[in-house]
Design a protein around this ligand. Structure first.
Ligand code: SF4
Length: 405
């Protein structure tokens, strides 16, 4: 089972036929490297936190280069290739040589997957037949709304009717996952209801609802806030309610939300509802404060308290999403009650040495993942989500005990 990825490069927004109004990358600045888990201990900044996180490609890669890179990967593989995914910083549907690329890959007779597209580059309904002919079997497609006028206005889609028709045609034959960024007062409420009904009738496999972020504390770390001047946002709790209602009203659709929540598993942090698994987690014998984002903090605290942690064991920063924590979040924390060592999220965009300077004490990174957010859990089984959480919390508690006073 070999899964190959074809990287077409491209810059988000720039190589998307212009920015969607809500695009995170719209006002992204060339900020200095944050530091991260991949950096060398003595150097803040590596390829991932300097370039990868900003998806800082120059532009689409020429077809010749894409094909040569793919061929090299193919030749390095001894097993049969079972799946090929097309991905990039830019939108595959807007790739200038998309037709040629699809024909080349289609000739291999291997199931193709388009990792993410807005569909803005699909100008004719016939594109669906072309994609099917070339063995496309799965696609993630941003919808925004089933109302073409809203798609045109907010996604800058010049041909919204054609894009939606392609989505609908594909959903009849292959696995289509739809994504919707929710803008309060624009595509929530009745518009969302209509869109979900439309997607249900189209028989898409799943829908991921994404909360729109417009402030630094909500996760805009590229000096890019606000993305839309004056645009309201949902709180994490309001958004959770939207996902819950959508799931209730459309039981045939697999609906999940990011950052919170996945109604099918009651995740993130589904393990808190599974006493038999909680029982198997190690007991807490030490005290090492766990720094995390404000959205996850109550859940982590609830689970750790069930294993013996005292109040104050989990310390939230203002940033809602732990994986988007940066050094300024740590600088803003009240550190007076913290003991010798602190644990920061494994994926925080923080260089460990700099964090240690800010705290004036030892800092260790926690596990990579404690749970799966709605986007990730969408493609997982409940067992896999619980197993991921069990491993994450076991590792976290072992760290707490190892460094705890
Ligand atoms: S398609 Fe995605 S990356 Fe491109 S402009 Fe829209 S939101 Fe940004």
């Amino acid at each position: 089972m070999v899964h190959l990825t074809v990287d077409i490069g491209g810059k988000p927004g720039v190589n998307c036929r212009g920015f969607c109004t809500y695009c995170y990358f719209k006002h992204a600045k060339d900020v200095p490297p944050f530091g991260c888990r991949y950096c060398l201990p003595f150097k803040k900044g590596c390829d991932y936190c300097t370039r990868g996180v900003k998806e800082g490609y120059e532009g689409f890669l020429p077809l010749k280069e894409v094909a040569e890179n793919f061929l090299a990967d193919l030749q390095a593989t001894s097993d049969d290739v079972t799946r090929i995914t097309i991905s990039g910083g830019g939108d595959p549907s807007c790739y200038p040589e998309f037709t040629d690329l699809m024909e080349i890959l289609g000739s291999l007779d291997v199931p193709l997957h388009i990792g993410y597209t807005s569909g803005k580059g699909f100008d004719s309904e016939d594109t669906a037949e072309f994609l099917l002919k070339n063995h496309l079997t799965e696609i993630s497609f941003t919808v925004f709304a089933s109302d073409p006028a809203l798609r045109r206005k907010y996604m800058n889609d010049p041909t919204p009717e054609a894009s939606l028709a392609v989505l609908k045609r594909l959903a009849e034959k292959i696995d289509v996952y739809a994504a919707i960024v929710i803008l309060p007062g624009v595509n929530d409420g009745a518009v969302l209801e209509n869109t979900l009904t439309w997607l249900e009738e189209a028989k898409v496999c799943g829908v991921i609802l994404m909360r729109f972020a417009n402030e630094r504390a909500q996760g805009l770390i590229l000096d890019n806030a606000p993305v839309m001047e004056g645009q309201k946002t949902h709180t994490v709790e309001e958004f959770r309610e939207i996902v819950r209602t959508a799931h209730k009203n459309h039981p045939k659709l697999r609906i999940s939300g990011t950052p919170l929540y996945d109604p099918l598993f009651d995740s993130p942090f589904a393990i808190r509802r599974h006493p038999e698994l909680l029982k198997k987690l190690p007991e807490i014998t030490g005290k090492t404060p766990v720094i995390t984002g404000s959205a996850a903090a109550p859940f982590i605290a609830e689970i750790l308290q069930k294993k013996g942690a005292k109040a104050g064991a989990v310390v939230p920063v203002k940033k809602e999403i732990a994986c988007l924590m940066t050094i300024d979040d740590l600088q803003d924390l009240d550190k007076t009650s913290l003991t010798d060592t602190v644990i920061i999220p494994g994926r925080a965009f923080v260089h460990a040495r700099e964090a240690a300077e800010v705290f004036g004490r030892q800092v260790v990174r926690g596990p990579e993942m404690l749970t799966a957010d709605g986007e990730t859990s969408m493609g997982m089984t409940e067992e896999a989500v619980l197993s991921l959480e069990f491993e994450g919390f076991s590792a976290l508690i072992n760290l707490i005990n190892q460094y705890g006073t």
